[in-house]
Write a protein that binds this ligand. Structure first.
Ligand code: SF4
Ligand code: SF4
Length: 81
């Protein structure tokens, strides 16, 4: 099965209808949601409950609003400088 089939984003309270319409999920792979579809992080991120997350050993979250793990790591390194 592909990552997309394991992705639990559609069950996340932060996930929005505009992403569902665009058939977008698996933001750990594709990065931020299109056209800022998802921007409010207050409902929380369920990624840590996902098997893909545990399998890959991700550490970041909110991939739909902050970008992929790698993008977020680059940003945190830049912010530390
Ligand atoms: S880690 Fe998050 S974005 Fe990636 S497949 Fe799982 S629920 Fe989806
Ligand atoms: S990346 Fe995290 S916050 Fe965004 S929809 Fe998926 S589970 Fe929810």
């Amino acid at each position: 099965m592909a990552r997309k089939d394991y992705c639990i984003c559609p069950t996340c309270p932060t996930y929005r209808e505009c992403a569902e319409k665009a058939d977008d999920r698996c933001f750990c792979t594709i990065g931020k949601s299109r056209e800022g579809c998802i921007s409010d992080e207050s409902p929380g991120c369920k990624c840590h409950q996902c098997v893909v997350y545990q399998d890959v050993g991700f550490q970041k979250e909110f991939f739909c609003t902050r970008g992929t793990e790698q993008q977020q790591r680059v940003l945190s390194v830049l912010e530390m400088r």
